[in-house]
Design a protein around this ligand. Sequence first.
Ligand code: GDP
Ligand code: MG
Length: 164
Amino acid sequence: NKPIVAIVGRPNVGKSTLFNALAGQMISIVKDTPGVTRDRIYADIDWLNHQFTLIDTGGIEPDSSDIILSQMREQAQIAIDTADVIIFMTDVKQGLIDADAKVADMLRRSRKPVILVVNKVDNYNKMMADVFEFYNLGIGEPIAISAAQRSGLGDMLDKVTEHF
Ligand code: GDP
Ligand code: MG
């Protein structure tokens, strides 16, 4: 009965990289090929005085935007059904895509707490304007992180654990 936090987002945004960074070990597979996370993967996370179960979601080798969207919808529905807080991850390098907006609408309607995370912000000063674009999703303030560099994770976890 620990709170459950699920990471959702389209393939290749860095969900598994974030998951591993928080888990402190390489549990989830990170690959340049989108969609290599086969299934749901769980880790128990201890952060400051908070404990929660983190879920990495994935899918299989999507090869068209239709399949990406249907997989994202499926992931998002699993998160809505099982998670207490949802981390919705986007990618500053790829920018906003249509599927992000559709899934954001679905998450907003669910009324679950959603933390909007913009990943791959490896240089915040250079990328700030690109991060602001994500306000257009209408699901709140975008939190800039770099999962690879492990920056911004404390601010993100503050927002997540506010909802426990
Ligand atoms: P997933 O499909 O959403 O699970 O994404 P992965 O975690 O497998 O990462 C996809 C690719 O993005 C990999 O090549 C990662 O190394 C890369 N990546 C993840 N986080 C970052 C980041 O913060 N900055 C940059 N530049 N690349 C990242
Ligand atoms: Mg993955």
